[in-house]
Ligand binder design. Structure first.
Ligand code: ATP
Ligand code: MG
Length: 317
């Protein structure tokens, strides 16, 4: 089976317990939960049985070991996760506003996550990789951009493929080197996985179908637009395939996009038809939101199949 590699931040997430709670005053918190978009992605791929490894850096602290142990237990290749003495593992504190939006206090750049590099272990992991996944959240400094560039070039030189989840907000575009990095990544991307509005950061067209076509015309082979509870839509040269989401109780939306992307890419690498890849990916996204904590809802393939046996879909996309 093809091996997937991703590089980027490992974090713990610590959440305000109450909706509408503010970090401007003391309040009850819950966590730490293992987190970081690349870690969520690799953990979900591994749980689906896809060989998957992560290039990352943590501190020699409980937050780092919590993440490493979760990834190890779920079957991920952790050989290229470096443990730095004297640096702290990255953190994200999150509050949920009454309108459903999230507010974060991050420590990523200044944490061990900012020390990620291509060392001997990362080179060894990439030497056996067939696919490299890029997370827009991981392009936060010139050093980590360089790691992504190295991963893309190494895997492409071996005849492998690249996927890209922009996971980006317009305000981030002014980060140093980010625009150039996005252009580079897009020029190498085979599978592009924006969530709704992100598609329009990269395309001129004002409607989804034409924006997706623009991306395909740039040489991207597959575009999958994630649409939250509604599901997802797949575009390639042969046409459009829409797949409705599954009806679940949303407890915590964080991580759904990463679980969805990991599942879609895993089944795309297995050359499954878009309908099947989307169905599995929508299940993983739906199951992800049913648990508090970004990695707590990650399901094995057996659990996904059990869910699908009785799951109800929402309205057509
Ligand atoms: P993230 O906040 O993790 O970046 P995203 O914006 O990248 O998320 P979403 O579109 O929110 O991605 O979610 C990804 C997928 O997860 C959806 O396409 C859908 O399959 C599933 N999903 C998300 N939210 C729900 C929900 N409330 N009910 C059912 N499925 C959901
Ligand atoms: Mg996203």
């Amino acid at each position: 089976m093809k091996k997937l590699v991703c590089a980027g931040e490992i974090l713990v997430e610590i959440m305000a317990e109450r909706i509408g709670q503010s970090f401007l005053a003391p309040g009850p918190l819950v966590g730490p939960f293992p987190s970081g978009a690349p870690a969520i992605f690799i953990d979900q791929a591994a749980r689906l049985g896809q060989p998957a490894g992560l290039i990352a850096a943590v501190g020699d602290d409980d937050f780092g070991h919590l993440n490493i142990e979760r990834l190890r237990a779920d079957g991920a290749d952790i050989s290229a996760i470096k443990v730095h003495r004297g640096a702290a593992t990255g953190t994200a504190f999150v509050t949920y506003e009454t309108d459903g939006s999230r507010h974060f206090v991050y420590n990523i750049k200044q944490s061990a996550a900012g020390l990620i590099e291509i060392g001997a272990e990362a080179r060894a992991l990439l030497a056996g990789a067939d696919h490299f996944h890029v997370m827009g959240t991981s392009l936060f400094s010139p050093e980590v951009i360089e790691v992504a560039r190295n991963g893309i070039e190494t895997v492409k030189a071996r005849g492998g493929t690249v996927s890209f989840d922009p996971n980006i907000r317009k305000e981030m575009l002014d980060l140093p080197g980010l625009r150039d990095a996005l252009h580079f990544v897009l020029s190498k991307t085979d599978v592009f996985l924006p969530s709704g509005p992100e598609l329009f950061i990269f395309a001129k067209a004002a409607d989804e179908e034409n924006a997706a076509r623009e991306m395909l015309d740039r040489g991207i082979s597959t575009v999958v637009v994630k649409k939250g509870a509604q599901g997802a839509v797949h575009y390639d040269q042969t046409g459009r395939t829409a797949s409705p989401g599954f009806v679940v109780d949303e407890i915590d939306p964080t991580g759904a996009g990463d679980c969805f992307a990991a599942a879609f890419v895993s089944f795309w690498l297995r050359a499954e038809a878009p309908e099947k890849a989307l169905r599995i990916a929508n299940s993983c996204g739906a199951l992800a939101v049913t648990k508090k904590g970004p990695m707590e809802g990650i399901a094995s393939l057996a659990a996904v199949e059990a869910f699908l046996a009785t799951a109800k879909t929402g309205a057509p996309v």
